[in-house]
Design a protein around this ligand. Structure first.
Ligand code: CA
Ligand code: CA
Ligand code: CA
Length: 138
């Protein structure tokens, strides 16, 4: 291998290094949001808040339940664990402190218009953080 090729190989390895850190980055709020934002336009469209899609994006360990820890990265950064648990409990009908798919489906269906606080037809990250699993006030 020539010196030039070695340099190119080294550059490629360096360039790909950030990808190796992705599993950790996936825990950040914006990365979580990006998993929900299927077409990557920065906002959630109605079909992207389909409960099945939301559930798959949130259930990082694939055990078919959403724990408060799995939900937390999607919520405002300052929330305490107790406040995150409160959000879970809004939808937790069998009171086991985790959400199954039926519970999440119930909580997210029919709520799109309400999540879309500024009524532009899309839900942005801030709207989702502030309103997802918050009790609706009639
Ligand atoms: Ca989108
Ligand atoms: Ca899980
Ligand atoms: Ca439950």
């Amino acid at each position: 291998m020539s010196a030039h090729r070695l340099l190119v190989a080294a550059a490629l390895i360096l360039a790909s290094a950030p990808c190796l850190a992705l599993p950790d980055i996936a825990q950040s709020a914006s990365e979580r949001f990006n998993r929900l934002d299927v077409n990557h336009d920065g906002v959630l469209s109605r079909y992207e808040t389909d409960a099945e899609v939301v559930f798959a994006a949130l259930d990082t360990d694939g055990d078919q339940s959403i724990t408060p820890a799995e939900l937390k990265p999607l919520l405002p950064a300052g929330l305490t664990d107790a406040e995150v648990l409160d959000r879970v409990r809004v939808a937790d009908r069998d009171a086991n402190d985790v959400l199954n798919e039926a519970e999440l489906t119930r909580a997210t269906s029919m709520r799109f218009e309400w999540l879309d606080a500024n009524k532009d037809g899309n839900v942005d990250q801030q709207e989702l953080q502030e309103r997802f699993l918050v009790k609706m006030v009639n």
